[in-house]
Design a protein around this ligand. Structure first.
Ligand code: GLN
Length: 493
């Protein structure tokens, strides 16, 4: 029989329903795996006692015939989601000992569906990064680094910022995980770890109780080992929430029913501007291969234009830091977490924030404060907002002629921990294919499609119309099936 930790969420739900194993057995298998894989640093906080208690309750619910949509499924929660009574750090020293008294809406929905919480996963500090390396708790290590990842000569990043979530899912120490995506933090880690990740439309999931990075860009989403599993998780996570005024009150369709649909007659756009100078030839080849797969499945593939693409990264690195500088103003040593005493109030603020925030977070706060300051507001922030609108208009135009857009998800395969770290611009480039969607508010899914010559996974991104996650799942499952990706990290628990 397949190892319990190797099952997909869908298979595990079948197995639980058929009483082949219990939620407690499934949970214990994952807890044992987490112990053997601790060197990967995927979790900042493990919650094995809580998980076993939840598993026993799940088994009782199932025996009574009251099982929920994800009953008994062990999941990992990104440590940016506030979890009631469980430490929530945002991978920052400033929140090292923060224990929320409330549960985020999305993680509460997952609990209400019967899922089990294995723990809180590592991330870039406040979700700022693309490799997990800015975490105050040290980086997570990709299980693709080698059979013994911790002692590998070249330890690879699992992408970022949802680095612990991608690591946990790829290493089989969680059946699925939550991520957040402000500029690519679900899709880029999915791409470099051979997993599936979807960033839903802005407003599809509630942001309530998720520690804010850039409020007009942040979205919650699932990370899993199959498209169907992502559909199952998003089904539970999505929905309007009175506590988040930017969540949108529209129906959540049946995502699982959207799987197995056909792409016959659909038009798939390939944006000319994504063939960027110096693109990795293997990334380009994979992209063309993916297009051919959709063509073979009956779709018409056309070239489209998104002319403002080249402004996306610069615009993102004005808007995201601006919002971050405002959101992070609350960490002042008074209300949350760390306090470093000072001679007077201002001194205390400064000492606390200097000691509590890492270098990248401080860089973002400084950029954000600068672009919002009077005199520069018009030159930077206001202009960036205008260009943001043009980027959204590009997509609106494009979707008049096509049903979905296919692009690479990341520029290349995983890089090594230590690489790109001293060069923020290189690091920022990791999101060149993903940030546009956050600026436009559109949904995007990353599906693993192939292995590069170096043996590492690469994914492709599908972009959909606003609130058409169901359509994206249809195309994504066709692509997944055609690609038949069977890559597996050298290490699994
Ligand atoms: N890598 C991007 C950044 O550092 C995006 C991060 C994210 O999506 N949270 O801002």
């Amino acid at each position: 029989m397949t190892k319990l930790t190797d099952l997909t969420i869908s298979d595990a739900l079948d197995g639980l329903a058929a009483k082949k194993f219990s939620a407690l057995e499934l949970t214990d298998a994952h807890i044992a795996g987490m112990e053997s894989a601790r060197g990967l640093n995927a979790y900042i906080t493990e919650t094995p006692e809580l998980a076993r208690k939840q598993a026993q309750e799940s088994d009782a619910r199932r025996a009574a015939g009251n099982a929920g949509a994800l009953d008994g499924i062990p999941l990992a929660i990104k440590d940016l989601y506030c979890t009631k009574g469980v430490r929530t750090t945002a991978a920052s020293k400033i929140l090292e000992n923060f224990v929320p008294t409330y549960e985020s809406t999305v993680s509460q929905k997952l609990l209400d569906a019967g899922s089990i919480t294995l723990g809180k996963t590592n991330l870039d500090e406040f979700a700022m990064g693309s490799g997990g390396v800015t975490s105050a708790f040290g980086p997570a290590i990709s299980p693709w680094s080698g059979a013994d990842p911790v002692n590998a000569v070249r330890k690879l990043v699992p992408g970022g910022s949802s680095s612990g979530s991608s690591t946990a899912v790829a290493a089989r120490i969680a059946m699925g995980a939550t991520g957040t995506d402000t500029g690519g933090s679900i899709r880029q880690p999915a791409s470099v770890t051979g997993t599936v990740g979807i960033k839903p439309t802005y407003g599809r999931c509630s942001r309530w109780g998720i520690i804010a990075f850039a409020s007009s860009l942040d979205q919650a989403g699932p990370m899993t080992r199959s498209v169907e599993d992502s559909a199952r998780m998003l089904q539970v996570m999505a929905g309007y929430d009175v506590k988040d005024s930017t969540s949108v009150d529209v129906d959540v369709p049946d995502y699982v029913a959207a799987l197995g649909g056909s792409v016959k007659g659909m038009k798939i756009g390939l944006p000319r501007e994504y063939r960027i100078d110096g693109i990795n030839p293997e990334t380009d080849a994979l992209w063309q291969k993916g297009a051919q797969m959709l063509r073979d499945a009956g779709a018409e593939v056309i070239e489209i234009s998104l002319p403002h693409t080249k402004y996306a990264l610069p615009v993102y690195y004005i808007i995201a830091p601006a919002e971050a500088s405002s959101n992070l103003a609350r960490y002042d040593g008074v209300r949350f977490g760390l306090r470093v005493p000072g001679e007077n109030l201002n001194d205390m603020y400064a000492s606390t924030r200097f000691a509590g925030f890492g270098k990248e977070v401080r860089r973002r706060i400084m950029i954000g404060t600068y672009v919002l300051s009077s005199g520069y507001y018009d030159a930077f922030y206001r202009k960036a907002q205008r260009v943001r609108r043009l980027i959204r208009n590009d997509f609106d135009e494009a979707f008049k002629n096509c049903d979905a857009i296919l692009t690479p998800a990341a520029p290349g395969t995983a890089f090594a921990i230590g690489e790109k770290q001293d060069d923020p611009l290189q690091m920022y480039l990791e999101d060149v294919f993903t940030v546009t969607l956050n600026l436009a508010g559109l949904p995007g899914i990353c599906v693993p499609v192939g292995l590069a010559k170096n043996g590492l996974p690469m994914g492709l991104q599908l972009i959909g119309r606003a609130f058409d996650e169901a359509g994206l799942f249809t195309v994504a499952s066709v692509l997944e099936k055609a690609a038949g990706f069977e890559g597996r990290p050298a290490f699994t628990a």
